[in-house]
Design a protein around this ligand. Structure first.
Ligand code: ZN
Length: 240
């Protein structure tokens, strides 16, 4: 579940800054090479982030006008647009990313209280209030800043964001059929999260908020986490 609107908007703004700074410190040549996402270069990631901002602008327009405007016309179209974008010059992709991100922020700034409550549909087919849009974008910019692979780590992301990410991902994982049950424990007297109703014999893994968030978002295999009996952390199915 998304955090409250004002916090989501703060995470979206902060995450955009994190990503902008990561991109500013990355050479064009590096963006031609691989990222931490299998099969994706920096250009794929830039094209995806720009297309995502445009897609979320469609939801902002839907909330503002009441006229149904889906994020993408189809999953195939979404993937085709990323592939088409990934062969464009890096300079063009940087421009598309910057312009689309600014336009999305401006569109959201323009929504009034009633428009924020308007139902819209995510790319996964969930119907949510438009208030979820900034959170959807915050997740994209924060986590993909790490995926870029040019220096940003989960430990660089705000702890409050990492907690909100865990609060969002854990219930989604719990509703995934046949998901392995487990307890996530934040070290040093922090919080706990229960995935898929763990019984007394279910594994418990302990780590920092950054380690737990990397694990549940499918960005780490859990080998950095501590389990009670020293067994490896369970292998998790993909998220999203
Ligand atoms: Zn994404």
């Amino acid at each position: 579940m998304a955090p409250p609107l004002e916090r989501s908007r703060a995470w979206m703004a902060q995450g955009t800054t994190v990503l902008d700074q990561a991109l500013a410190g990355t050479e064009d040549d590096t963006l031609l090479g691989p990222t931490r996402l299998a099969g994706w270069t920096g250009r794929h990631l830039l094209a995806h982030l720009a297309a995502n901002a445009d897609a979320l602008r469609n939801l902002a327009a839907w909330a503002r006008t009441g006229v149904e405007t889906p994020m993408y016309s189809s999953p195939e179209q979404r993937n085709a647009d990323i592939e088409a974008g990934a062969v464009r010059p890096v300079g063009e992709l940087r421009e598309w990313y910057a312009v689309s991100a600014a336009a999305l922020a401006a569109d959201l700034d323009g929504l009034d209280e009633r428009q924020w409550q308007h139902p819209v549909r995510t790319a996964q087919g969930r119907t949510v209030a438009a208030t979820e849009v900034p959170w959807m974008r915050a997740r994209e910019v924060m986590v993909h800043a790490v995926d870029l692979g040019t220096g940003v780590q989960f430990t660089d992301l705000p702890e409050g964001f990492l907690h909100d990410l865990l609060d969002d991902v854990v219930p989604k994982r719990s509703s995934t059929p046949d998901h392995p049950p487990l307890t996530l424990r934040e070290e040093a007297g922090g919080r706990t999260w229960q995935v898929a109703s763990p019984g007394p014999d279910a594994p418990e893994v302990t780590g920092t908020a950054a380690q737990l968030a990397a694990y549940v978002s499918g960005r780490a295999d859990g080998s950095a986490l501590v389990t009670a009996d020293g067994a490896p952390s369970p292998t998790l199915p993909p998220w999203l």
